[in-house]
Design a protein around this ligand. Structure first.
Ligand code: PLP
Length: 285
């Protein structure tokens, strides 16, 4: 694979980042994952805008390469022959001369920019889209700024491991009695024809796929309610699903061992997945 590091395109085994990089030492970095379908970038503008917001919220300087990011994404997709897959982009506060809690001077320390591709043939036809996934619930013990897409992914990673240990696929995190989101996706239930998903705040990541899917749902005259919901509501729902750039829409068929609805993927999740794939592919760049 060819990867991108700070202005250079290199074979992955030649790419290097300093051990003093604050991304490595302090998780002082942000990221984006953009999916590729038919060789096109899906929802690229949304991901770029959210990256800019994440950088602003953390007072991280905009990297010099910011305006070239579309071109860099496209070059890696072409060079690595990606038809279906993902582009991972990470920006950290860079590598000062020494470890220090104080942010380095933006004049002397450039952000570190890394991009690589992941080849995922069959991404759009993932078996999980047909079978649905099983989730468990776990406490949400993450920090309070989940709206910033930082690389602090240890707890979400542990959540996936807890789910796996119970023969499930993912974990929905619960805080003050309500579901915040999945470890790497936004969470939804459907009850009596209404799509319910947590409202935007600092409690959850403002999913780019969420924004698109809710827009398509409203355009298709489906009812949407943005509010917190409980695990009990999820167990009693007609349907449940998750959205993210890497999964698009996955139906959720089991929550904490209880079948949701019929226990198989429901019509709303199935339809939204179809619309999302069709529309975003048309709009891909
Ligand atoms: N919530 C969390 C915690 C995530 O990590 C992600 C994506 O990785 C999402 C939601 C979905 O966001 P998006 O649709 O922008 O991929």
């Amino acid at each position: 694979r060819t990867v991108y590091v700070n202005g250079e395109y290199l074979p992955e085994n030649e790419a290097k980042v300093s051990i003093f990089d604050r991304g490595f030492l302090m998780a002082d970095g942000v990221y984006e994952v953009t999916s590729v379908l038919g060789g096109k970038l899906i929802d690229f503008d949304g991901h770029l805008k959210r990256l800019e917001r994440s950088l602003n919220e953390l007072d991280m300087p905009k990297p010099a390469a910011f305006d070239d990011l579309l071109e860099i994404h496209r070059k890696l997709v072409a060079e690595n022959g990606i038809t279906e897959g993902m582009v991972y982009l990470q920006v950290t506060r860079g590598a000062p001369d020494d470890r220090d809690f104080v942010f380095p001077d933006a004049e002397t320390t450039e952000p570190t920019v890394v991009l690589f591709t992941q080849n995922k043939p069959g991404l759009a036809n993932s078996p999980a889209a047909k079978t649905g996934i099983k989730v468990i619930s776990i406490d949400d013990i993450r920090w309070g700024r989940r709206d910033i897409k930082t690389v602090q992914l240890l707890y979400p990673s542990m959540g996936k491991m807890m789910a796996k240990a119970q023969g499930c696929d993912d974990a929905w995190m619960v805080e003050d009695g309500a579901v915040t989101e999945g470890t790497s996706n936004n969470a939804y239930i459907v009850k009596d024809g209404v799509i319910i998903t947590r409202n935007l705040s600092t409690d959850i990541l403002h999913g780019i796929t969420r924004a698109a899917v809710l827009r398509f749902a409203r355009e298709a005259q489906m009812k949407v309610e943005e509010r917190p919901f409980t695990i009990e509501e999820a167990k009693a729902a007609d349907e449940a699903f998750v959205t993210s750039a890497s999964t698009f829409v996955f139906p959720v068929v089991e929550v904490d061992g209880a079948a949701v609805g019929t226990g198989s993927p429901g019509p709303v999740a199935t339809r939204l997945r179809e619309i999302y794939l069709e529309e975003s592919l048309k709009a891909g760049v």
